[in-house]
Design a protein around this ligand. Structure first.
Ligand SMILES: [Zn+2]
Length: 449
């Protein structure tokens, strides 16, 4: 029986779906103001493992994860880059899609884009207006009055008195310091939609409220995201959805921990930011690094930690493939069903059932591959890897970092186009990075030099 930590109740609870066998799950996806960083990898992989484990446990999961393609940060980023907003967000969307695929993240069943649901967002703001919880600030936008929602603060445990700001008059015209924009009136040159309050665009929080209700209906089973979204984003989603639709929003609120660098918070302004494409490690090594950490704990990035993850992953994969080879020679060409080792699988499930304790479940896998007496090894590895998603039984390949692979591919292109000068140049560049390419008759071989 799966137990999950629910941020809303602040305890581990037995997970029971609202409808028998069927789960609705919504996870806040990326805002397209930049390329994916290690924080995205952490959140994507954590919820991918949760989703895979629910499927493994026999549930039918509808997994929804949105794309925020309109936002202050996107407008600012596009202006800074000197390109149009659409071009800017498309470029970032592509970068996210490519990296997530490399990290073996299952595609969402539904991936709504905020700009496709503006009508629904306006509809929700209208409902909120009818309930008398909104107010307009001239020339600025429509705001939610948090003092009108009694449960405000229930998710994050924030002290509402502080947020309401007592008798102080908020300088920007808000009634309470914690009030947030539902609809932002357009400034010159910004993308905008027509609305009863004037041309403008939705606030960020209203996007998730409207899209999750439209696609999954309320309440749904699991709402996920990074723990940095608990406040204000998720608190505000709850205020809007529960007031506007008059129903509870979600039963379980699940949050992954944050990435730290040398024990310190990772952030653009702190100068310790790690984009995925800059990491000199294969995607599966990054995935192993994330999976080996319990999802609620902070994930501390360091070169040593990732080097360790690479060594462990390589060793684990070698042991898994050796088990596969041994089975092949044992079975020969006979067709035989792949058995599973019930004892090890039970141990694995026991750890995963405990709020997805993947590091301990991983230790079970290590024990299995080292146990020379265990039967059903390959079948069991395969089952466990349905959850870990680490491609442990896929044919062996050199673990090449993505940016090295990109140059190898580019060199292949140059060779195909008979541009040998360019191909030699790229070969030298690879050599400088510590990789050697050889052109064999079965194609290109790449190895660490
Ligand atoms: Zn969201």
């Amino acid at each position: 029986m799966l137990k999950l930590y629910n941020t809303l109740t602040r305890k581990k609870e037995v997970f029971k779906p609202i409808k028998v066998g069927k789960i609705g799950m919504y996870v806040c996806g990326p805002t397209l103001n930049g390329i994916p960083h290690l924080g995205h990898a952490m959140s994507q992989i954590s919820f991918d493992v949760l989703r895979r484990y629910l499927i493994f446990s026999g549930f039918d999961v509808e997994f929804v994860s949105n794309i925020t393609d309109i936002d202050d940060k996107i407008i600012a980023g596009a202006n800074e880059a000197g390109i149009g907003i659409d071009e800017f967000s498309e470029k970032n969307l592509k970068a996210h899609t490519v990296e997530y695929e490399k990290l073996n993240i299952m595609k969402p069943d539904v991936q709504p884009r905020a700009t496709d649901y503006v009508k629904d967002m306006i509809g929700l703001v209208k409902k909120l207006e009818k309930k008398g919880v909104t107010y307009l600030i001239e020339g600025d936008g429509v705001y939610f009055d948090i003092s009108k929602f009694d449960d405000y603060g229930k998710l994050s445990g924030q002290n509402v008195e502080d947020l309401e700001g007592g008798k102080r008059v908020a300088v920007d015209g808000k009634k309470n310091n914690g009030d947030f924009a539902l609809w932002k009136l357009a400034k010159e040159g910004e993308p905008s939609w027509d609305s009863p309050w004037g041309e403008g665009r939705p606030g960020w929080h209203i996007e998730c409220s409207a899209m999750s209700e439209k696609i999954l209906g309320l309440p749904f089973d699991i709402h996920g995201g990074g723990s940095d979204l608990i406040f204000p984003h998720h608190e505000d989603e709850i205020a809007q959805s529960e007031t506007g639709y008059g129903k509870e929003m979600a039963k379980f609120w699940v949050h992954n921990g944050m990435v730290t660098v040398g024990g310190k918070k990772m952030g653009k302004s702190l100068g310790n930011f790690k984009n995925i494409e800059d990491l000199d490690y294969a995607p599966m090594v990054i995935r192993y690094f994330v999976v080996s950490n319990q999802y609620r704990k902070p994930l501390d990035f360091s070169k040593t930690a990732l080097d360790d993850a690479r060594n462990s992953y390589e060793r684990l994969k070698r042991l898994c493939l050796a088990a596969k080879d041994a089975r092949k020679s044992e079975v020969g060409s006979r067709k035989s069903e792949e058995k599973v080792n019930e004892k090890y699988l039970k141990m694995f499930e026991k750890e995963m059932d405990d709020d997805l304790n993947a590091p301990r479940a991983m230790a079970v896998l290590w024990k299995l591959v080292r146990d020379s007496d265990a039967d059903g090894k390959v079948g069991t590895i395969r089952k466990m890897d349905e959850v870990f998603g680490l491609e442990l039984l896929d044919k062996e390949e050199v673990l090449i970092p993505a940016k090295v692979q990109d140059i190898v591919d580019e060199r292949e292109g140059a060779r195909a186009g008979k541009d040998f000068a360019r191909s030699d140049l790229l070969r030298d560049r690879l050599k400088d990075m510590g990789w050697i390419v050889r052109d064999g008759k079965d194609g290109v071989e790449v190895e660490k030099g």
